[in-house]
Design a protein around this ligand. Structure first.
Ligand SMILES: C[S@@+](CC[C@H](N)C(=O)[O-])C[C@H]1O[C@@H](n2cnc3c(N)ncnc32)[C@H](O)[C@@H]1O
Length: 309
């Protein structure tokens, strides 16, 4: 209880911990969150209208209504697909706060046999994505959907953890932050995890640490038009790709002793990333463009010979 009190005071801090989930929602709904997380979030942000587009057993909405907040909960189980259906249309008004709590990839399957609902897997179920790439893309769509239904100055966010299986580690939160407008990121809160099924497993002598936390990420909707938002997002992604190409060429050139003719540079890049390049017919043009446009980093030494500046 002492720990709980400390944590409850602590939504003002970036780490929260609630060992008790409270009386809200259904503890048997796999992956359910503690109602105290929502309670402290509501105390902090004082929303008048709240939406949870993946409400599961209803934890968030029960807490909200108990606090006198107008709350709307939807879920794929009840026919609402947060990827493809418009939250704003469904709710009929903008919200002050919209928080989703998706399944992490396929760690827990919600629809279909062995899941929480339905007699077969639902094609829209985020817990049945074919791979991480599909999940990342769909969650970006969900967050943009949440954003559109949030009033300017309000908050939208998500509660999600990372996932390690074997040698694969996926940081869903990092992928989401990278896909959303960086100037709207408002808070990244570490939420300690309690009472997970994985707690029952014996981890033996693990080389890497067991994951015991999730993230509550919040963005603040700035009052820009959709066109300004999208052009800003595209610019950010373009800068990332350009910066990545520049660093690949720089790194390969470093490995070649800081100076190399173009054909050697191409061969070294192709050897380092053959699969990626197989899908891009213009990569040699891209390499030349990178060399020619970053005079601060690359220098043309001789005809067809490039060096680090
Ligand atoms: C982690 S659970 C939410 C648990 C909830 N916070 C609670 O405390 O009970 C994730 C939920 O997302 C739902 N879901 C999966 N794909 C969805 C989609 N495309 N749109 C809306 N809900 C979806 C699942 O049915 C499941 O109930």
């Amino acid at each position: 209880m002492t720990q709980q009190k400390t944590a409850a005071r602590g939504m003002g801090s970036s780490v929260i911990s609630f060992p008790d989930r409270g009386p809200w929602g259904d503890s048997k709904w796999r992956g359910n969150a503690s109602g105290h997380v929502y309670r402290t979030l509501f105390e902090q942000l004082s929303p008048k209208v709240f939406v949870d587009p993946m409400v599961g057993s209803g934890t968030s909405v029960e807490v909200a209504r108990e606090m006198g907040i107008e709350a709307y909960g939807m879920d794929l189980r009840d026919g609402f697909n947060a990827v493809s259906m418009d939250i704003l249309t469904k709710v009929g008004k903008h919200a002050d706060l919209i928080v989703s709590h998706p399944a992490y990839g396929s760690m827990i399957r919600y629809s279909g046999p062995g899941g929480m609902w339905g007699d077969k897997p639902h094609p829209g179920d985020l817990s049945h994505c074919a791979d991480d790439a599909e999940f990342h893309e769909k969650m970006q769509a969900v967050l943009l959907n949440q954003r559109r239904a949030t009033r300017p100055g309000g908050y939208y966010g998500t509660l999600i953890g990372d996932w390690r299986r074997g040698s694969t580690y996926t940081s869903y939160q990092a992928e989401m932050i990278a896909r959303m407008p960086s100037n709207e990121l408002a808070a990244v809160i570490i939420k300690m995890q309690h009472n997970c099924l994985s707690d029952l497993k014996t981890y033996g002598r693990m080389k890497l640490p067991k994951l015991v936390h999730e993230y509550l990420i919040l963005w603040e909707k700035r009052g820009v038009s959709a066109v300004v938002l999208l052009s800003g997002m595209v610019k950010e992604q373009t800068q990332r790709v350009t910066g990545t190409w520049k660093n690949i060429v720089r790194c390969v050139l470093q490995g070649l002793g800081g100076k190399a003719p173009l054909d050697k540079l191409y061969a070294a890049i192709a050897a380092a990333a053959p699969e990626r390049l197989a899908t891009n017919n213009f990569w040699k043009e891209k390499v030349r463009q990178v060399l020619q446009t970053h005079e601060d980093t690359f220098r043309n030494e001789d005809r067809g010979v490039w060096a680090l500046a």
